[in-house]
Design a protein around this ligand. Structure first.
Ligand code: XMP
Length: 520
C-alpha cells in the first residue's frame, strides 16, 4: 500500500518539527521540506495535503523566506499556519501589514458560526498560542474569515480552492485543542487513512532495503545505543545473514556492556555480530593523554582503524572474488536530516559525533539509513514492534568516547574499572527508584582528586566520584535533577562501601550552560 504523505514546508519556525510530530501522532506520515523546495520535489511525494509553517520573518521583508506560489494551485489541500497564512494572503492578492497590537503568547479566539470544517467539533471559543507581529489586512478574493481574536484576524479559508489558514499555532501544547484542528485537516480535509503504523513502516522499509541491497553484503557499526541497534535489527529482518554488525570494545564501555549488547542482539534477536575486543589497543593510545580533545581524537582515529581492519576482513570472507563491500548501515535520525537541509542552514551548535565518520568515502560504501525519516520516540516504537527489549530501547545516551570523557585526567585500566563499578551503582539505584526513564542522562564521573577518609579503623586516601543526573530535551541545554535525598544517600553509601579506591561522593548541581553534560 502506498504511503500517504503530508508535506510541510518550513519557513523557519522553531515549531516546524512539532507540526510533523502532531501529524505523525495521527499515524499519518509527514515530511518537512525547506520552503525553497522545487515544485517537482513537493509533487514527488504525491502529497495528500500541504502545511505551510510559521516563521520569524515578515512577508514584506527583503529577505523573507519564499516558496513557489504555484504550490497553492496543485490541488492538494493547504493549511497555512501563522507566517503560512501571510504567505497565502500575500501571494493571492491580499494585503499584510504589521499589526497595530502585536500578539505573542496566550490568546482567546472566537470561531465564526459554522465557519469551516477545519473547526468541526471545536467550541466557539478557543484558547490558543499566538506568536506573530503581522496581520492580514485585506483578504484575497474568494477567502472568508473563520476566526478572530479581540483585536485581530485569527483564521481564513477558501473552501473552493481548498486553502485554510490560521494565525495561531495549533501544533504547540499551549493550544490545547490544536490536535483536534490538525485531525480535522488531516482526516476530514485531506482524507488520510491513518495507517502509517510501526507495522506499516517496518513492512515497507524491509521491502525497500531488500530491493536496494539485492545480493550484496552489508556492514553495520553497532554502538550499543538505541539508533544503531534498531537500524541493525530492521536490516536483519530484511536481509538476515547478508548483514554483519561490528561491535568494538574500545576499553571505555560501561560495566559488562560488551557482553550485554551482544547477548541482547545476537542471542535474543539472532543478529550476525562480530564482537571485536580492542580494549588493549585503545588503552595503549590513551596512556599518558590528559587533554579531553586529544582523548576524543585518539579514540576516533583508533575506532576507524579497527573498524576498517574488520570491514576488510569481512569483505574478503563474504564479498566474492574482489572482496568488496557495498553498503554501510547508519542510524541517522530525522532531526539530523532536517537540520542539515533547513532554511536556516546547518546548525552551528549541535554537536554531532559519527563513530564511522569518513569511512563511507574511504571505503566507497553506500549508505543504508533506515531511520532517517523517524524521530527518536518513533524509533523506540519501531524497536518495540521488532521485539527488542526495553533494556536496549530505553537507554540513555552514551558518548562515543565513552568513560574516557568521564575520567578526568589520564585514562588507565584501573581507573576505568573503578568508574565502571561506581557508574553501575548510580544507574542501578536510579533504576530502582523508578527514575531512569525520566532522566536524560545519569552517570558517575571519576575525579582523580584524593581525599582523606576513615573506613573501619583505617585511614583511607582515595579518589572522588562525581554523580551527574540531568534533565534535557535535546542535550543542548540541561538542568540538574533534584534527586531525592534517599536516592543520593544510597548511591553514596554503596559507592564508598563497595568500590575500593573511592572514599568520597559529590553531586554535580551545575546546569548546562555553563557546565556541559559530560565533564570533558
Ligand atoms: P555535552 O557534554 O556537550 O553533551 O553537554 C551533550 C550530549 O552529547 C553527548 N556527547 C557526545 N556524544 N560523542 C558522542 O557521541 C561525543 O564526543 C560526545 N560528547 C558529548 C553527551 O553524552 C550528551 O548527551
Amino acid at each position: 500500500m502506498d504511503t500517504q504523505t503530508i508535506v510541510i514546508l518550513d519557513f523557519g519556525s522553531q515549531y516546524t518539527q512539532l507540526i510533523a510530530r502532531r501529524i505523525r501522532e495521527q499515524n499519518v506520515f509527514s515530511v518537512v521540506l525547506p520552503c525553497t523546495a522545487l515544485l517537482a520535489e513537493i509533487q514527488a511525494y504525491h502529497p495528500i495535503g500541504i502545511v505551510l509553517s510559521g516563521g520569524p520573518s515578515s512577508v514584506y521583508d527583503a529577505d523573507a523566506p519564499d516558496a513557489d506560489p504555484k504550490l497553492l494551485a496543485l490541488g492538494s489541500p493547504v493549511l497555512g499556519i501563522c507566517y503560512g497564512l501571510q504567505f497565502i494572503v500575500h501571494h493571492l492578492g491580499g494585503k499584510v501589514r504589521p499589526a497595530p497590537r502585536r500578539e505573542y503568547g496566550h490568546a482567546e479566539v472566537s470561531v465564526e458560526d459554522g465557519a469551516t470544517q477545519l473547526f468541526d467539533g471545536l467550541p466557539a471559543s478557543l484558547h490558543v498560542w499566538m506568536s506573530h507581529g503581522d496581520e492580514a489586512l485585506e483578504l484575497p478574493s474568494g477567502f472568508h474569515r473563520t476566526a478572530v481574536t479581540s483585536n485581530a484576524l485569527a483564521g481564513i479559508a477558501n473552501e473552493q480552492r481548498r486553502i485554510w489558514a490560521v494565525q495561531f499555532h495549533p501544533e504547540v501544547h499551549h493550544t490545547p485543542l490544536g490536535p483536534q484542528l490538525i485531525k480535522n485537516f488531516v482526516f476530514n480535509i485531506c482524507g488520510a487513512r491513518g495507517d502509517w503504523t510501526p507495522a506499516h513502516f517496518i513492512e515497507s522499509t524491509v521491502a525497500q532495503i531488500r530491493e536496494k541491497v539485492g545480493k550484496d553484503h552489508v556492514i553495520c557499526g553497532l554502538s550499543g545505543g538505541v539508533d544503531s541497534s534498531v537500524a541493525a535489527v530492521l536490516v536483519h529482518k530484511a536481509i538476515g545473514a547478508q548483514q554483519t554488525c561490528i561491535f568494538v570494545n574500545n576499553g571505555v564501555l560501561r560495566k559488562n556492556e560488551f557482553q550485554n549488547v551482544q547477548k541482547n542482539l545476537r542471542d535474543k534477536l539472532g543478529l550476525n555480530i562480530v564482537g571485536v575486543d580492542a580494549s588493549a589497543r585503545f588503552l595503549e593510545k590513551l596512556a599518558g593523554v590528559t587533554d579531553p580533545e586529544l582523548k576524543r581524537k585518539r579514540i576516533g582515529a583508533e575506532f576507524i582503524a579497527v573498524f576498517e581492519d574488520e570491514a576488510h576482513r569481512i569483505a574478503r570472507e563474504t564479498g566474492g572474488p574482489e572482496g568488496k563491500l557495498d553498503w554501510l548501515v547508519q542510524g541517522t535520525l530525522y532531526p539530523d536530516v532536517i537540520e542539515s537541509s533547513s532554511v536556516k542552514g546547518p546548525s552551528q551548535t549541535i554537536k554531532s559525533h559519527h563513530n564511522v565518520g569518513g569511512l563511507p568515502e574511504r571505503m566507497k560504501l553506500k549508505l543504508i539509513e533506515p531511520l532517517r525519516d523517524l524521530f527518536k520516540d518513533e524509533v523506540r516504537r519501531i524497536g518495540r514492534d521488532l521485539g527488542m527489549s526495553e533494556e536496549i530501547l530505553g537507554r540513555q545516551p552514551f558518548p562515543g568516547p565513552g568513560l574516557a570523557v568521564r575520567i578526568l585526567g589520564e585514562v588507565t585500566p584501573e581507573r576505568v574499572a573503578l568508574l565502571q563499578e561506581a557508574d553501575e551503582i548510580v544507574v542501578a539505584e536510579i533504576k530502582a527508584a523508578g527514575l531512569y526513564s525520566k532522566i536524560w542522562q545519569s552517570f558517575a564521573v571519576l575525579l582523580p582528586v584524593m581525599s582523606v577518609g576513615v573506613m573501619g579503623d583505617q585511614r583511607t586516601y582515595a579518589y572522588t566520584a562525581g554523580v551527574r543526573a540531568v534533565h534535557s530535551e535535546d542535550g543542548m541545554t540541561a538542568d540538574w535533577v533534584d534527586l531525592p535525598a534517599e536516592v543520593l544517600k544510597r548511591i553514596s553509601n554503596r559507592i564508598v562501601n563497595e568500590v575500593r579506591g573511592i572514599n568520597r561522593v559529590v553531586y554535580d548541581i551545575t546546569s548546562k550552560p555553563p557546565g556541559t553534560i559530560e565533564w570533558e
